[in-house]
Design a protein around this ligand. Sequence first.
Ligand code: ANZ
Ligand code: ZN
Length: 854
Amino acid sequence: MADYSPQSIEQKWQERWTATGAFEVTEDASKPPFYCLEMFAYPSGRAHVGHVRNYMIGDVVARLKRMQGANVLHPFGWDAFGMPAENAAIKNNLHPEQWTLDNIAHMKGQLQRLGISYAWGRELATCLPDYYHWNQWLFIRMFERDLAYRRRSTVNWCPSCLTVLANEQVIDGACWRCGTQVTSRELEQWFLRITHYAEELLEGANHLPDWPEKVLTMQRNWIGKSEGVQATFPIADVEGRATTHGIEIFTTRIDTIFGATFVLIAPEHELVETFASESADPASFRKKADRFRQQDRLGRMSGEVEKEGFDTGRRVMNPFTGETVPVWVANFVLGGYGTGAIMAVPAHDQRDFEFARKYGLPVQVVVKPVGGETTDDGATLTEAFTEFGESVHSDEFSGLATETAWETMAASAEARGIGQKTIQYRLKDWGVSRQRYWGTPIPMIHCPSCGVVPVPDDQLPVVLPKIVEFTGKGESPLAQLPEFVNVSCPKCGGAARRETDTMDTFFDSSWYFYRFTDAKNDKQAFDPVKCNYWAPVDFYSGGVEHAILHLIYSRFFTRVFRDLGMVSHDEPFARLLTQGMVLKDGQVMSKSKGNVVDPDEMIAKFGADALRLYVMFVAPPEKEVEWTDTGLEGSFRFLTRVWRFVEPLAGALGSAPTVADTAEFSAPERALRRKTHQTIAKLTDDLYPRVHLNTAISGLMELVNELYLFGDATGVFKPGRRAAAEQESAPVVPDVPASTLAAGREAVEALVRLMSPFAPHMAEELWELLGHTGGIVAAGWPVSDPAVAAEEAVELPVQVNGKVRGRVTVPAGSADDVVQAAALADPNVKAHTDGKTIVKVIVAAGRLVSVVVK
Ligand code: ANZ
Ligand code: ZN
């Protein structure tokens, strides 16, 4: 007997899988397709066991589905553009491309040594022209449909990375990459009109039953729909009379308009400049507004930045009260949301309340609690009353419930032509221009006479030139290359300038899952027929850190492809699983913390199968886990236990009779068969769609325990032989009845197939030793026979007048009268019924017998 030595087995099978292209697939119409995908990887250097966990979850599902007869697409690729490559290049004097391709080669080797069943023939890297060609193609399609457009805007600027950041990339006011405090800047930028799909993206979240609820909630909040009223407050002239100009405000509480005692405009508001130039001291006016604009946007909104403002000296008329009220500039009002101006209702909005108290502005109560007293007149209020209630001090609307007042006032504003109901979304259009080198060149040309002209499709891709100077100093590094920049206009032939910004790398990752369906196509992004065979992705797994950015952008791009007629569905990912992180010493694994566990080291010690099994056994996939070396040793011991049972018996079992050829089974044989079929049922149920990988592995462990018991009970292990088998190689001669071999064969063949998604190398090796040549996928997933899985006997408690007095064992599924007779015959029960009258006997099938006596 050869003892378990994972390294040689694993290498053998990995080589065979590669040589035979075992996981490559085509669009086979005779099989049901199943698209299994893990979020592709950023090639940062080396994979650690945290990554391994994500890829393992997908691999178990892919391998299971293959065995269940599906045509499984399980591809992998590289999210290969982005700043770290550029930063590393600057630091190590290595071209970003070299750095990236080296990392890809290394990480690919790591994944292959883990035996993940990827269709490597479809591998893609977003930094290669055959991929980003289609980024450019898609960008132009978006431009033609007004989904990509250019505008000057205030952008989030990272002073350390020297680049623009999308709102989603600013975390608590800091750069998501380097943590530097973000500032703002004015730049001409390219935007994608994701807001065109805001309502659809929101509504679509109601039709994703197989996504985690917390991810859907985050997306709904990100889209942030508010229903409100946009109303005009006319600007008053020096005499206090309304002029034809006005300030448009957006409010979600039109019912409080009688309490609007001042108006606030954002420092970004277009009237700021008008008011400044008309003020007594334009320079100081501008300076104050400028200071607010420099403050961090998120901090201004969340209240982390102290609320501040200044009086513009101008007044507007409240269109409901007819009174003139002052206009202030306030830092907590943001440009780019709503209309950038609000009616301040300090009695009912806490931010307005604090502002009013700080600057001594009037407070007017206009809502009181239903059935309660009018709170007060505003002078003694200590905080805003923000709840709904009943309108007061609101002329003819007084006495109405808030909800009614809302509708009535909105209707009144609409009727008088001073306002209208509107819907606002917090979601912003997506700024995709980056002033960096290592990204997809934006395929546009700026012509002095024709304006912005797309590069013609037949001149794509615009290849990223090889350069050596990556420090952009705030301007794109590509702008330093005259041979790249100077082109002739595709329209008029005149001298023109190429766009030098590159695309946000989130563009790349918003549609890579479609490219996998036709990864080598050089005529189009993908063939819609192939794509629609595979997509949408059936099972997608990855980190919860992508809950907003990547997942919402992908849902957006899916709708763009749909509207281009290229995909026939609305949602890219039917099922989403967000896996928990692997921690070490209570911390996230990261290079900088020096607590990374390298899978290669673990594979060298215990083998890939043990590592795979461990990361899946340690906790449910969604939960965080703490890495321990001892846990990995436990997995290795379990696999050794399997090996030492199966390997010595493999020859005998492989040629043994099958259960179908066997007429009679002894009690231990029946017990093993029962456990075998129960385990098949349990794993089938646990694995998909539930993905309860850890409990599935527990089930495998129980079956192995049962096999050892069976070995003892049937003489497969002669006295002393079991101990020997568990410790060391021991020749086990199966001089046992045919029925024992048949039951043993059934159990072992089930075990090997059931464990193959987790420990595929060992499973294939044992399967071959059992005499099968076709490989384990061809063998298929085992099917449980419910009749064999059913318990043979059940034990029931017997109550007499509510107290348990005995227990009886009866064959499972016995008729009630058989159970009743057995219960009454039990000596302990008899002792409590003798001499009494039996009033009734209730048999609760499978659970309990209850006897009532008098
Ligand atoms: C008057 C009012 C009275 C308001 C009241 C609230 C309560 P959401 O749900 O977030 O859309 N607002 C509007 N535009 C703003 C901007 N650009 N910057 C800062 N605040 C803005 O909230 C909309 C509410 O937030 C609006 O309704 C407005 O204040 C404020 F008792 O108007 B409200
Ligand atoms: Zn031109």
